[in-house]
Design a binder for this molecule. Sequence first.
Ligand code: 5GP
Length: 126
Amino acid sequence: MPVSGLSPYDDSNIFARILRGEIPNRTVYEDEWVLAFHDIGPQAPTHVLVIPKGPYVSFADFSAKASDAEIAGFMRAVGKVAKLLGLEEPGYRLIANMGEHSGQEVPHFHMHIVGGRPLGRMVPLA
Ligand code: 5GP
């Protein structure tokens, strides 16, 4: 069910539990700023999620409250992971769902990296 991206952070969310090691994940990359792991329900041949280690509910929360170092660390890691996955050629898509209209389901900010096939239209027709 879609969540608001403006709620207080709830540290029982599934990605917080993954960060604490309470739930297994297929890790692709980890550094001091992020954990990147395969999505459990891939929408394309490659579908990886990159999450910050800090407690941010959504892109709105992260972009407003994270430090410059966290934001830089996160963005650089997203680029690094896409490269590691071999997606730079022929390309990939980044998706960050924020709040109810986007369909965001997990209230811990995450960037989807999707690729491995032509991805079609940027936004599906309603
Ligand atoms: P959202 O809709 O919030 O942008 O995306 C949440 C994503 O998290 C979905 O693509 C969903 O498949 C993925 N997901 C949900 N629960 C888990 C889980 O326990 N493990 C992993 N690896 N991915 C999950």
